[in-house]
Design a protein around this ligand. Sequence first.
Ligand code: GLV
Ligand code: MN
Ligand code: MN
Ligand code: MN
Length: 416
Amino acid sequence: VQPVQPVQPVQRSHSGPSFHEMWRDLAPIGRDADSGGYRRYAWTGADADCRDWFRAQAETRGLTYEQDRNGNQWAWLGDPAAGDAVVTGSHLDSVPDGGAFDGPLGVVSSFAALDELRARGTRPTRPLAIVNFGDEEGARFGLACVGSRLTAGQLTLDKAHALRDADGVSLPQAMERAGYDPETIGADPERLARIGAFVELHVEQGRALAHTDHAVGVASAIWPHGRWRFDFHGEANHAGTTRIEDRRDPMLTYANTVLAARKKARTAGALATFGKVSVEPNGVNAIASLVRGWLDSRAADEETLAAVVEEIERAAAERGARDGVDVRVTRESFTPVVEFAHDLRDELAKLLGDVPVLPTGAGHDAGILSGVIPTAMLFVRNPTGVSHSPAETAAEDDCLAGVTALADVLEGLACR
Ligand code: GLV
Ligand code: MN
Ligand code: MN
Ligand code: MN
């Protein structure tokens, strides 16, 4: 796999490093030399390097920098206390072996858009801020959008404290080891009250724009989605001596559940994915005692999603009964459907002219915030639709068109 294509230099007067320079400096952080993919997990060394990069971008532009009580980073142009702020940004963390664009494109574009506003000589009448939300992908602790959920009061402290990574390190422990005080985490309504609008620019994660003349689109909605952990308990035994009829093999139940999930989702027009699995004791010559698989399921509406997951659970239980395998299902997270604010969406459509409006099946911090403040999203065309993969890409011209669109939006919102 080719590493991501760096975008070429953009000649434009700016008050900070150019889009190209920012992209180049961020590119090596947490990148796997073999796959070209990224492993930027919350509160790890790669995450710290991304955070240092964000802080440097803020400071080199003379923006007011702060890290909030939940570890999200902010860079302010204007008075953070003034209220009715226009905020843009995204996240810098990644999924396992993720692409370069999911998250960072929104953050880099935000700094570049701010530079463009300054180059245009615009005079914002509202404070502007750029945000980097912590732990958006949930790659380490299993729950997505931890930074924005905490801020919006959508994640209780009990649940946050109970989050653990694969090594048993809790979220507070990880934060503490990264030099951050976990005692401060929690809802931050005072901060949200100072924000009048949030706009997240993101690489598109499908091909809705690929076959259009449009480099940029506006989001209409986010599909409801969730994560469910399936535990299949069987019986460990010798692979060479245990007769087939004597086995209680959880791998078999798991495999059939994966097939059932695909079938049920396809029938319902929904999505169901088992992308992560762990096996105990994980020996080649032993029947497994436990298989643990994580289901990610999404659909256009909540009723369909609930029905699909219920059917998958039923299929797993029925198969488990046949196999002598005990199946337990735990819902680890659920994010309801998001309809982005129509007023703001219409305003964006007016500012950007005739652009496509599209829903997405991918989760975002913007989805979490939309429950609390007027929120919108811009999508930048993805020529292949590939995301959550090292092969994720976007054309240089499209990225720069995204920057201009974001600058237009910020100018339109903040200079009236
Ligand atoms: C996050 O990108 C998600 O939709 O899983
Ligand atoms: Mn993602
Ligand atoms: Mn993302
Ligand atoms: Mn995401």
